[in-house]
Design a protein around this ligand. Structure first.
Ligand code: URA
Length: 458
């Protein structure tokens, strides 16, 4: 006989702080998506989410929720892939940063090392940029691939960077929408199940998590980041995925650009072998760990393999093929990947350039002690690089370019930042003031940041 529960009893059980069984959780998720025509009332789902928000979930409840959501809509890959040996499917998730273009370099680098990377990415969230928005600054790039098209992309290229389709984890769509209107977004188990269910639905073998911590991240402290990382690793391992998380510093932006086309330009620089060290090193760290987790090669060799794929052009070749596979016309993909990219401004030979650029100069000599990534992200978003509501249209060409790093020595009058903008030719004084306020200069020498990685969690 089929198990039957009832929503008010389950809501009451959670409301009173009790643990739900995996059967109850699966039953609720089936009703949330209206499986077999049986749908719970939206108010009941909202009430349950609020009870979860207030009373939390145990690690085993979170694993059950993740499993139930995953099963609501998974991808299917061929049983006997044409390239003879078993696919090693891998992916990475970042909790969101400023200037975070890691995926654009990591996916093709991993593909060049023989991995299959079905990277399902998101749009910008709050002040953080989104990989899909960045990819869409390349004319023709199609983020909507169905399961068959993704399979073809993995067979022919090895990687794809796509958006969530209608039938991938519909339970997450339903829950996310309901969380959004019931003030329950910030619940740890709900965040964890939402993130991991989408990764588990890709049926990956290994996952690397980049949990950003600091001023420009959602997790402001290392303690918060560690708690989220542990919960994510636990839920992911509970789905049978080999998982490792890294807490990484996100006080100042990563790399030297913020904004969509500008970040594509910097990713191309990386793929030409001369990207900024903080981006390239993190790509090598995360990629090396995935090669290690899949038993492809030991960690150090893996890091080196990723670095080689970046430096010898094989990752760039994969990037070009991925663009073509996802709808970019071949001449444009070829031209974009053929630019030398000694300087990010070379990209405007292929992508739309902002109407104006304004240089901002250092007001006093000294050493760069801090660059406020959060403030710069808000400024970039207000220029049009991000959204404040769903319906906002992005201006892919606008953004910010940094000419200094944490620890740089600067003289008064040096250009430390370039703004790429549209609209009026001159920027409002309030914007220039906000930009200057985001830079902290001190008289004494500052040790440059040698690595973004704070700690590993597995
Ligand atoms: N990203 C997701 O996919 N879900 C969340 O709940 C938060 C971030």
């Amino acid at each position: 006989m089929a198990t039957s529960f009832c929503m008010p009893d389950i809501i009451k059980k959670k409301r009173d702080g009790n643990e739900l069984s995996s059967e109850e959780i699966k039953w609720v998720i089936d009703r949330a998506i209206g499986k077999d025509g049986e749908r719970c009332d939206d108010s009941q789902l909202g009430a349950l989410l609020m009870a979860i928000y207030l009373k939390n979930m145990s690690p085993s409840e979170t694993v059950s929720l993740t499993s139930a959501m995953t099963k609501s809509g998974e991808l299917e890959w061929p049983d006997s892939p044409p390239d003879s040996c078993k696919w090693k499917l891998v992916d990475k998730h970042s909790t969101g940063g400023v200037g975070d273009k890691i995926s654009l370099v990591l996916a093709p680098a991993l593909a060049a090392c023989g991995m299959k990377v079905p990277m399902i990415s998101g749009r910008g969230l709050a002040h953080t940029g989104g990989t899909l928005d960045k990819m869409e600054s390349i004319p023709g790039y199609n983020i909507y691939l169905d399961n068959d098209q993704m399979t073809e992309a993995l067979e022919t290229v090895g990687c794809c960077i796509v958006g969530q389709t209608q039938n991938l984890v519909p339970a997450d769509r339903k829950l996310y929408k309901t969380r959004d209107i019931t003030a329950t977004i910030e619940s740890f188990p709900l965040i964890v199940a939402s993130i991991i269910s989408k990764k588990a639905a890709e049926k990956i073998d290994a996952l690397i998590l980049d949990v950003k911590c600091g001023k420009a991240a959602f997790m402001k402290t290392i303690e918060e980041g560690r708690k989220l990382a542990k919960a994510l690793v636990n839920a992911s391992a509970g789905q049978g995925i080999k998982t490792r998380a890294f807490l990484t510093n996100m006080d100042c932006p990563i790399g030297n650009t913020i904004g969509n086309a500008l970040e594509v330009a910097e990713s191309l620089q990386c793929l030409h072998g001369h990207g900024p060290a903080d981006v390239v090193d993190l790509v090598c760290d995360l990629g090396g760990n995935l090669l290690d987790l899949t038993d492809t090669m030991p960690l150090e060799t893996g890091r080196e393999a990723i670095r080689i794929a970046i430096n010898d052009g094989s990752a760039l070749k994969k990037f070009r093929l991925m663009l073509i596979q996802q709808g970019v016309e071949e001449p444009l993909a070829t031209s974009l990947c053929n630019i030398g990219m000694d300087d990010v401004d070379e990209v405007w030979a292929c992508l739309k350039k902002a109407a104006y650029t304004t240089d901002v100069k250092v007001e006093k000599a000294g050493y760069v002690a801090a660059i406020d990534g959060y403030e710069l992200a808000i400024i970039s978003r207000n220029l049009g690089a991000g959204r404040t509501k769903d319906s906002d249209k992005i201006d892919h060409a606008v953004g910010i370019r940094l000419f200094v790093k944490h620890g740089s020595k600067v003289n008064k009058g040096d250009v430390w930042l370039g703004v790429y903008h549209s609209g009026e030719q001159s920027l409002p004084t309030s914007t220039i003031d906000a930009i200057n306020n985001s830079l902290t200069i001190q008289d004494t020498e500052v040790q440059p940041m040698t690595t973004r990685v704070i700690e590993k969690v597995d």
